[in-house]
Design a protein around this ligand. Sequence first.
Ligand SMILES: Cc1ncc(COP(=O)(O)O)c(C=O)c1O
Length: 437
Amino acid sequence: MKPLAGARSLEATLQGRLAERESQGRLRRLDIPRSDLVDFSSNDYLSLSRDLVVRDALLTRLNHQKSPLSSSNERIIGSGGSRLLDGNSALAEHLEQKIAAFHDSQAALLFNSAYDANVGLISCVPGADDVILYDNLIHASIHDGMRLSRATRRFPFTHDSIVSRYGDFSVKLEKHGANCTEVDGPQSLERTLKKLTASDRRLRLGESNVFICTEALYSMDGDIANLEYVSNLVELLLPYGNGYIIVDEAHSIGVLGDGRGLVCQLGLPDRIWARVIGFGKAMGCAGGGVLCSSTTRLYLVNYARTLIYTTAMSFPSLASIETAYDYMMLEGAKQRRCQLKMLIQHCYAKLRSLEERSRPTAAVLRLPKDLSSSPIIPLFTNRPKSLAQYCQTSGFMVRPIVAPTVPQGQERVRICVHASNTIEQVDGLCQAIETLI
Ligand SMILES: Cc1ncc(COP(=O)(O)O)c(C=O)c1O
């Protein structure tokens, strides 16, 4: 139907909004990634999505047509419906048990993506009396889950207060409690928790719950949450055990802790209430899941709308995830992690010496202070677009990351190192960066 004369059509409204974005240099477009550039951009940290051994294992399995667990009428292409209707399968349940055992969890529940896993979990578990605390740099999917949650009390805490690279994390509580002065913006996790417990008797007495949301390996900063500190703090300040930590391990599984993730690496599975995992990054496929208790799993099956009201993963998706997990347990995966670690260290050392030689101002180029074991290296710069463009012209795919994806003033070029990159490629990328700055 045409709008009446004088009315603004929806198309015109949308065009106006897009034009505004474009004028701010923030218009997003879908581009096909260029295959002629060296990949220093994707989240395929172990380069598994292109690995021939993994590909052949998957193709053999798909050509075989059936999973070892399949019955004669198992669906091969699509799943046929929601997990709660016709979309469940013996393979899905078997895979969940395998994934739970691998990550040292009582249970696992698959979702179509880690986005869906976060939204499903966060939207349905916290109740109206509960509180959600979240890292101020937390992923969009957790924000979207919170928007749908019945918990209306949701407070950010500062990212810097929980990541390793910022100093001493022994729990020595300062005395500011309820009397600490109000300042605008988020405060540390410790302050935020202390203010809450001081002002809310029910929380203090364990009659309502606090959910604390963090990521393990942060995808934009490449830094790693100090989960031991977070667990100690939460257990100390919420001694009735009503603090529940949720860790998003989308970027850390496959890479950290022999592939099992940061929570396993630190020996914390018993102290972290739930973990969200993603298969679209280092695992080289797509999909997500929640690692949790059997009770929480059943609760999610009953209440998580992103599980209930969507078609379940197809057999090829399940088969690719299982193939990736089988690979994780092989020597080949260990070698890939070693190779990746060596390349990360090499890349960081090269960038550091480049910084010392060229002495750019902090606005032009700034590296993170410490080397973490993360394949993500942010190059902070006030000209992310021209630097990324120059690297691309030189044959290396890196992307500029600008506001609102990261806070204003923290624009950067994000370098992602992969197991299949070579020393020569890393050197070439660093050379291109040095030429421009
Ligand atoms: C921290 C974090 N959590 C969750 C997601 C969502 O993962 P998926 O791509 O599987 O939906 C992402 C990916 O972009 C992420 O970076």
